[in-house]
Design a protein around this ligand. Structure first.
Ligand code: HEM
Length: 213
């Protein structure tokens, strides 16, 4: 048995994989948000940015790696959840209010499914949608629809809730659990979740208000 397969077959090993892929996806979110915020600079800047990205020969391999990371994160996280569920003592049904459980930790699976549903719709419409009039036009015409915009905002807030637990939990998995650093990591996690959630939500919100057209 190779080191990797032995590592994967342990519960801690699987959590390491989920945490590693999750933190890499956080890196993607920072890059994606930074690029998306260029929409506030108008169609010229935003379309130019999208065209520059699309003409980069490394974009396809990067997208394939990204798709692999998303899949890997979701599948291994579900396997971890399944093993935890099986290991639960029989009769343990109710959540305890004690033990530092937060809204973020309690709703991890639910928020994951909301973000997954969002991602499927998002890729269908934006990545594989009709870009003949430019990516700016595509984004604005979709998000002008208030139902679509509200769905985006709900998905972004779910992502934020997911990150509010996932970010700090990844650091704990990597063993960074220390009375001196843990409170700072938790605060950083909340800050990260808030910046990502509010940053992405600002786009559908502004388009819905007609401030970006
Ligand atoms: C208001 C929020 C968002 C907007 C306006 C937006 C916009 C876009 C656009 C225009 C594209 C196509 C880029 C291109 O191919 O040139 C794209 C792709 C993508 N988006 Fe988003 N996005 C948003 C939020 C998110 C979030 C929260 C995630 C992840 C949870 C995400 C994940 C992706 C992925 C994986 C791709 C395909 C990879 C890529 O082409 O970069 N997006 N998005």
């Amino acid at each position: 048995m190779s080191f990797l397969s032995r590592f994967y077959s342990s519960s801690l090993g699987r959590k390491f994989f989920v945490a590693g892929a999750g933190l890499s996806l956080c890196g993607f979110l920072v890059l994606h948000l930074s690029g998306n915020l260029l929409i506030f600079k108008g169609p010229g800047v935003f379309n130019h940015f999208a065209q520059t990205l699309d003409s980069n020969p490394f974009i396809l391999p990067a997208e394939l790696i990204l798709a692999g990371l998303f899949l890997f994160h979701i599948v291994i996280a579900l396997i971890v959840r399944y093993h935890n569920y099986q290991a639960r003592p029989i009769g343990y049904v109710k959540y305890s209010a004690k033990g530092g459980r937060t809204w973020g930790s309690r709703t991890m699976t639910a928020t994951a499914f909301i973000v997954l549903a969002f991602l499927i719709i998002h890729l269908k419409d934006f990545r594989f949608g009709d870009r003949s009039q430019g990516v700016y036009h595509l984004v604005v015409s979709c998000l002008k629809n208030p139902y679509y915009a509200v769905f985006y905002i709900i998905a972004m807030l779910s992502l934020s809730l997911h990150l509010s637990h996932g970010f700090q939990s990844a650091f704990q998995t990597f063993g960074l659990n220390h009375p001196k650093y843990t409170p700072a990591i938790k605060k950083l996690g909340y800050l990260f979740a808030a910046v990502i959630g509010l940053g992405f939500s600002s786009i559908p919100f502004w388009i819905m208000l007609g401030k970006i057209r």
